[in-house]
Design a protein around this ligand. Sequence first.
Ligand code: ADP
Ligand code: MG
Length: 310
Amino acid sequence: MTTTTNGLEPGGAAPGTAVPVLVVTDLRRSFSGVQAVAGISFEVPKGSTVSIIGPNGSGKTTTLNLVTGVLAPDSGTVVVEGRPVARRRPEEVAESGIRRTFQNGRVFGNLTVKQNIEVALHAGLSAHRPFRPLAAVPVLRWLSLIGEVFVALAGTARAERRQMDDAIATQVDRFAERLGPRVSHLAYTLSYANRRRTEIARALAGNPDLLVLDEPTAGMNQTETAEVLDQLLELKAQGQTILLVEHKLDLVMRLSDHVLVMDEGHVIAEGPPAEVRTNPRVIDAYLGRRHAQVAARQAEQAAERGNYAI
Ligand code: ADP
Ligand code: MG
């Protein structure tokens, strides 16, 4: 690889300016002719929190799916720590340093809290990957990870086992009061909020360069939301880089360094939270329509709570 005299790749950041953890350029994806993401570009600098807001259907989740390899873009690039990841499989993207949670929450109902977190740790280990070929088949992707966890449980050396237990304990400690007494409980027996906490703990267990959260407080009440906000503020203070999609504007405003506003697949405004909040286009496109959507959304979230377990 060619490097310049300052040791950076050509076109790299100037000395003193950190290379962003994530650089998305002109990303596009349509479904049946409808442009869900219509050419968006943004960066997530190291240690920062970038949030995407916008009405339902504006392309937020699709953007996260493109960034995390769940969907392939029609065009555009996704670069993580200088390495292109677009069109890579989700587990490859995860190994490149991006870990995520899902809008409707995804935990393995028949695994314990501890095993759910362990899935993330094992995905980061290179040994014991007998189920890797299964990951190429979308419906078997998660199955391969579960298989690997059980192989790892059987084959993990004692020192490695202790390391894993420590790493799991670190994550459980983040939610000590909530998850601490429940580490051995099967996830399907947990409350909705605890399943979401388990999912966040799992994402963090991989020590991600970039933590991607799709509506982490969806379906949570005010107290639960405030707790998650505290957690995220603490993570941010520890230097964690975060890409967040969230409807609760107070949380977005408290946490974000930079806010992108999407509407119909486009970024219609962006900037620091205080600036975005008062932008007339944002008020019109997002806040205005939002009132009409709140009732529909609450009904949707109530339904999500009802059939959550997988
Ligand atoms: P948001 O997360 O902002 O609510 P989404 O990214 O989920 O929006 O959706 C953006 C648009 O893309 C919507 O019109 C949605 O119906 C469509 N869409 C998203 N995913 C798919 C898919 N897998 N197949 C077809 N259409 C999709
Ligand atoms: Mg969404």
